[in-house]
Design a protein around this ligand. Structure first.
Ligand SMILES: N[C@@H](CCC(=O)N[C@@H](CS)C(=O)NCC(=O)O)C(=O)O
Length: 211
């Protein structure tokens, strides 16, 4: 399969982690968001929304939206499971994933920030905007995850798949993580985990040398 993505795209990074955790092989197809390749016809013919990630299956079908792609991977490659055994636990894990994927990440996406620039906001205002939403989101996640291991247990799961890329973005935008010891614990565990290491932006072929 082919994964259309960008090395530091938060939602592409989620899908890379899920693929790596499940040991699924794929080809990376870089789409350079800084150069605007997501808006070129070669890509919008695949995804009219002009966003990554997109996963092209070996059958030729194309999957869009990281939550849908990750759910597909969970269904087709059930082991190791990204979701726990009980319905209540699954809803709790999905809740943290949705908090990040629906309520934090969309507010600092490239096109949202460009729209704020067009409305006349300067870079200082944008940094304040980004810091506000990421800080509010991480503060909530800190209270929702467990006291040991990954977010919800000894093994990584869906919440970790969302959290680690969000923390990477937070660090790019200079968010201070001191107030989030549980999140810092999860980040340390992920840094030592081969699947998370393989999916890291700095390991991607389209990453610049200094990433
Ligand atoms: N909800 C989508 C979000 C996709 C998204 O916003 N991708 C960003 C990169 S993380 C993108 O392609 N941005 C390009 C743009 O806004 O022009 C998902 O989870 O896949």
């Amino acid at each position: 399969m082919d994964l259309y993505g960008y090395y530091r795209s938060t939602s592409s990074y989620r899908v890379r982690i899920a693929l790596a955790l499940k040991g699924v092989e794929y080809q990376a197809v870089p789409v350079n968001l800084l150069k605007g390749e997501q808006r070129e016809p070669a890509f919008t013919r695949l995804n009219p929304q002009g966003r990554v990630p997109a996963l092209k299956l070996d059958s030729g079908e194309l999957l869009l939206q990281s939550p849908a792609i990750i759910e597909y991977l969970e269904e087709v490659y059930p082991l190791p499971a990204l979701l726990p055994g009980s319905a209540v636990q699954r809803a709790q894990v999905r809740g943290v994933a949705a908090l990040i994927g629906c309520d934090v990440h969309p507010l600092h996406n490239v096109s949202v920030l460009n729209q704020l620039r067009q409305l006349g906001h300067d870079e200082a205002a944008l940094n304040q905007w980004i810091g506000h939403w990421i800080g509010q989101g991480l503060a909530a996640v800190e209270q929702l995850i467990g006291d040991s291991g990954f977010c919800f247990g000894a093994e990584p799961g869906l919440a970790d798949v969302y959290l680690i890329p969000q923390v990477y973005a937070a660090q790019r935008f200079n968010t201070d993580l001191t107030a989030y010891p549980r999140i810092r614990r999860v980040v340390a565990l992920a840094a030592a985990h081969p699947a998370f290491a393989q999916a890291h932006p700095a390991k991607q072929a389209d990453a610049p040398a200094e990433a």
